[in-house]
Design a protein around this ligand. Structure first.
Ligand code: ADP
Ligand code: ZN
Length: 767
């Protein structure tokens, strides 16, 4: 017997090993193994078993790691698809499907935390009379039957010696046991019961359940991917919960993906509460980046062992080893954070759909502002559209007012932060004891340090980007590479040296400061990447806001989603069109989504909410459609623009980025790659089959009828972290085919040593 092994070193190749007699029966597809590789011992994953190998003298596998296979054959198949479609090395794809915390553990058990427990033993004979102290300790142990030793010592205010005395008497056993780290152990969660659904919810849930009831083997003409389009507060989460219950009833498990930023304790609790008791009780495992390595290890194994049947997590939770898998939910499916920005550059929503197809699981995508891609797929009949047009509580959508900042700017001689209308509205809220959220998608004090005399702007020495001014720390910092420097006292331009160097633009920090001046008695808190550095900051700031200790919350997109605060009746968006000016064809879509989401924060209680959108381009369609809460209107007009330029969803994009420290070399390499691509397209069909036929990949590329190659051009952010970046953009409808052709081209492409190529299929970030 032979095992094919993908090693954990980037070789884009698999190797055959023999299975020694002692390990026969233990090595399976998906097993993690240790193998000899040259003089080294290396870990890898078995991807196939075979009877024989093309090579002789195979070395034997040394060890099998873990009692269970780490990667299930189904997840392995998914990793294969990722490597192919996203054009990356198979071992890179394989690596991403197992959390580091699980992969790093070399032997069975090692990842588990061992701790001492004290356990009451069943009494034998008459219970002895104990000294008072020992009796108290015994009572505590007996009451709990088993208790963590450290916890016991703390509770009983005693020492280990006392407990040992009880052990000597044969009343108690102290033993080292695996203690699972539960990141939510401190929370007290009250069970929740299913709500009675309203008619729109009933229809939506029924269709999902019907699809789930179809066995995967029957030919299924109905699409089994759903797009649940419903405004915030329309009851989407309740549908998820009831669909999850249905999966459990079927004896299956499920995965719920939420964006990292929405994975708040509040969200997790809603899911835990529903499945913490009753017939369908199961553990709900949580996977996200704030867990410690140990916690992540334990959560993953709870899933692998089938004890946790529901997994809730961010992007990479899509690889959770749930088996059998009945349902995948992708909440806020339009979120860009579902796309991984390093290899493998997968999009978790698209991986979810692929995994659903592979395993016969139903996929539900949910959003108040679906991506154009998903909505388009509904129009084409690939997904089924489910709509929840109204809020559950029949609350009105907040009233949105767009404030034309050009007029305000004119009156105030320079762009102001607060229009008179917004100032007035904040004053009213303070008087009425209601709360306000102010949103600005930019942290720091101001964007740039600019000299009013010569126009000098402080730039990052590593990136082609202006530095951001942070007033309290008195520093300039780069939000790309983290470079920091002191604020100059005079203009650094040697010809200028103006001492009155000024700060252009506005950041959250400046908004906070100005609020202090305008409303000295108001309690203001700021929430952005600078103030939320520690694990608990987020929870604490929101907790204070919830109980009314804060009047005004200022923040970046961190506060844009998923928060329910009934007492918030005013939302102000300081510069709504900031995102419109990004060099990206999705700028309008992003602005629409952001405005809709932020506006959804207002008026979740009894009082109707009010939203002020301050903009310098008040008539931009993204702003106007958001004002009217009109998603379909926005979709139709935005599709016209995408159609004209053949941008997604009417095509798919492959973005090739060349990177290096030497700009000329990067540029030259990009032009070379462009030629290789171009000549591949121009090869006439008739050369096929002739004696000196061109390599296979060139013919394949020639088959593309709709392929557009744009560039090379400098990336919108030309220089980042000292690297220059040039890009080539390819657009086609046949992306799987293009990925395959690209993989072959890359294999033979010769680049200078210090220039690297990154391939991004379906990029969401064009910078
Ligand atoms: P969404 O996920 O679309 O934002 P939720 O599912 O969170 O909406 O619902 C918003 C609020 O309405 C929640 O407090 C939820 O408990 C409540 N809710 C949802 N469905 C119902 C229902 N059928 N009856 C009563 N309350 C409901
Ligand atoms: Zn920088």
């Amino acid at each position: 017997m032979i095992a094919r092994v993908s090693l954990e070193i980037a070789l884009r190749k698999e190797f055959d090993y023999s299975i020694p007699p002692g390990l026969i029966g233990q090595v399976e597809v998906g097993s993690r193994v240790q193998v000899p590789f040259g003089p080294r011992k290396i870990y890898g994953c078995v991807t196939a078993l075979a009877g024989e190998s093309a090579r002789a003298n195979l070395k034997p596998i040394l060890k099998v790691i873990g009692a269970q296979t780490m990667v299930t054959p189904k997840v392995l198949q998914l990793a294969r698809w990722i490597a192919e479609y996203y054009c990356c090395a198979p071992e890179t794809a394989l690596k991403s499907v197992l959390p580091e915390a699980v992969r790093k553990k070399r032997e069975t058990d090692e990842g588990w935390k061992r701790q001492l427990f004290a356990r009451a033993l069943p009494p034998t004979g008459e219970f002895p009379r104990l000294p008072k102290r020992q009796q108290e300790v015994w009572n505590l142990i007996e009451e709990r039957r088993e208790i963590l030793l450290t916890e016991l010592l703390e509770l009983a205010e005693t020492t280990a010696a006392t407990v040992r005395k009880l052990e000597d008497r044969g009343l108690v056993e102290i033993s080292s046991e695996i203690s699972e780290r539960d990141p939510y152990a401190r929370e007290h969660i009250l069970p929740s019961r299913p709500l009675l659904l309203n008619p729109a919810q009933v229809t939506a849930l029924q269709r999902v359940k019907t699809a789930m009831d179809k066995s995967p083997s029957t030919l299924n003409p109905q699409p089994s991917t759903f797009l649940l389009h419903g405004v915030t507060g329309s009851g989407k989460t309740e549908i998820y919960l009831q669909a999850l219950a249905h999966a459990l009833e079927q004896g299956k498990g499920a995965i719920v993906l939420v964006p990292e930023i929405s994975l708040t304790p509040q969200t997790v609790e809603r899911f835990k509460a529903r499945f913490s008791s009753g017939k369908l009780q199961t553990l709900v495992a949580v996977l996200h980046s704030h867990l410690s390595t140990g916690e992540r290890h334990d959560e993953w194994h709870k899933i692998r062992q089938g004890r946790a049947r529901i997994v809730i997590g961010a992007r990479s939770a899509i690889f959770a080893p749930v088996e059998p898998l009945g349902l995948i939910i992708v909440d806020e499916e339009h979120e860009h954070t579902y796309k991984q920005e390093e290899a493998p550059r997968y999009h978790a929503r698209d991986v979810a759909i692929m995994r659903g197809q592979m395993e016969g699981a139903v996929v539900v995508l949910g959003s108040a502002t679906p991506s154009l891609e998903s909505y388009y797929n509904c129009k084409k009949g690939k997904y089924a559209l489910l709509e929840l047009p109204e809020r559950v509580d029949n609350q009105k959508m907040p009233h949105v007012r767009v404030v034309d900042m050009r007029q305000a700017a004119y009156k105030e001689k320079g762009p102001p932060i607060f229009s008179p209308q917004l100032k007035e509205a904040i004053t009213q809220r303070l008087e009425r004891g209601e709360q306000t959220i102010l949103f600005l998608n930019r942290r720091g004090y101001s964007t740039a340090l600019q000299c009013p005399k010569c126009g000098y702007v402080a730039q990052c020495p590593n990136c082609s980007l202006a530095l951001t001014y942070h007033r309290i720390e008195q520093k300039l910092s780069c939000h790309i590479c983290g470079h920091n420097e002191k604020v100059p006292s005079v203009c650094p331009n040697p010809k200028c040296k103006n001492p009155a160097i000024r700060y252009a633009g506005t950041g959250t920090q400046k908004v906070e400061e100005l609020l202090g001046k305008l409303f000295p008695t108001a309690r203001v808190r700021r929430m952005d990447a600078d103030t939320m550095k520690r694990k608990d900051d987020y929870r604490k700031t929101l907790g204070d806001f919830r109980v009314g200790k804060t009047d005004i919350l200022v923040g970046t997109q961190m506060i844009a989603k998923g928060l329910h605060f009934p007492n918030v009746t005013l939302v102000g968006i300081i510069y709504a069109d900031l995102a419109l000016h990004q060099p990206d064809f999705r700028a309008g879509e992003r602005t629409f989504q952001l405005l809709t989401q932020v506006a959804g924060r207002a008026g979740r209680g009894d009082v109707e909410g009010e939203v002020f959108v301050q903009a310098f381009a008040p008539f931009h369609p993204a702003i106007q459609y958001a004002r009217r809460h009109d998603f379909t209107g926005f979709y139709e007009q935005e599709m016209e623009f995408r159609e004209q330029l053949k941008y997604p969803p009417l095509s798919r994009i492959a973005l090739l980025t060349l990177k290096g420290r030497n700009e000329d070399k990067v540029k030259f390499s990009a032009e070379h790659l462009r030629k290789v691509l171009g000549s591949a397209v121009q090869i006439p069909q008739s050369t096929a089959g002739t004696a000196n036929a061109k390599p296979d990949h060139e013919l394949k590329i020639a088959d593309f009828r709709d392929l557009v190659i744009a560039g090379p051009a400098p990336a919108p952010l030309l220089r980042a972290e000292q690297f220059y970046r040039y890009q080539i953009m390819l657009r086609t409808r046949a992306m799987s085919k293009l990925s395959q052709a690209l993989a072959k081209i890359i294999e033979t492409l010769a680049l200078p040593d210090d220039v690297t190529l990154a391939v991004d299929i379906d990029p969401v970030n064009l910078g």
